[in-house]
Write a protein that binds this ligand. Structure first.
Ligand SMILES: [Zn+2]
Length: 259
């Protein structure tokens, strides 16, 4: 009954809701979608429609959220789960979009119960039970940023929501049965340690030094690079690329090489 109802509801949404064609045709040229086949784009289109039906996108500070902004966010959130499932985003409903960077100012308890105070300026933030918070200025910047170093605040924050599905924000999302937790841990911890040493020594790094903040940030930043500059990631960090390809069930480097 539940399966039938979900299928009925899904088909009802797909039949009765639409994305303005002019917006869709513009946004499928985003760099993170490069090389997608027609059937992939069709599945992405369906995911975006369902995503926009389920999720609530609100503007902060009187920011008006247009159709194009809604689809821009949804299409890049959904590229992460193109070969996973919309259920990966079941834990939260709301996305809040600020016009620009916003101020963090709150207390939080870590896993050991110690309370910390967060204060600073951010371009995005994700909470396990929502909301996902984004800066529109940073989203808009992605489209005009150079191909490397790759930045994509949408991919970054939604990667955090996937990471948090398994034992909190620790840089390890729920792995599939064909993956090895030991291999994931070995690959990521070894690369994270050597990356932090480079950052501490103020040496030039392949990816944003911000990734040294924590294993969770390392995973989120690498997810940005995986979708925005996959050939470079595959060339320089093949073991990381392989693990991310297994988790996301996508091979963007192959897509890029074929276009
Ligand atoms: Zn982050």
């Amino acid at each position: 009954m539940s399966w039938y109802f979900n299928q009925w509801r899904r088909n009802h949404i797909l039949r009765h809701e639409a994305i303005p064609e002019i917006i869709w045709q513009k946004l499928i040229h985003l760099r993170c979608l490069k090389g997608l086949r027609l059937e992939d784009l069709q599945r992405l289109h369906e995911l975006v429609l369902l995503f926009l039906h389920i999720k609530v996108i609100n503007g902060a500070h009187d920011l008006e959220i247009t159709d194009e902004m809604r689809v821009t966010i949804a299409i890049q959130a959904c590229i992460l789960i193109l070969n996973l499932d919309l259920e990966y985003y079941d834990n939260w409903i709301e996305i809040i979009v600020y016009p620009g960077e916003f101020i963090l100012d709150y207390d939080y308890a870590d896993d050991t119960g110690v309370v910390h105070h967060a204060h600073g300026i951010a371009s995005g933030e994700a909470w396990h039970r929502g909301p996902v918070i984004l800066s529109w200025q940073d989203i808009a910047h992605t489209a005009h940023s150079p191909p490397f170093p790759a930045r994509n605040v949408i991919i970054h924050e939604f990667a955090h929501t996937l990471d948090m599905l398994y034992e909190g924000a620790n840089g390890c999302p729920p792995l599939h049965v064909n993956m090895s937790a030991l291999t994931w841990h070995d690959v990521f911890s070894q690369h994270y340690t050597s990356f932090c040493e480079l950052v501490d020594a103020e040496q030039e790094t392949l990816i944003d030094p911000y990734a040294a903040e924590s294993p969770a940030e390392f995973f989120a930043v690498l997810s940005e690079v995986f979708f925005e500059s996959p050939l470079i990631l595959q060339q320089h960090l093949p073991a990381i690329y392989e693990q991310l390809a297994l988790f996301y069930r996508q091979n963007p480097a192959e897509r890029w090489a074929n276009t």
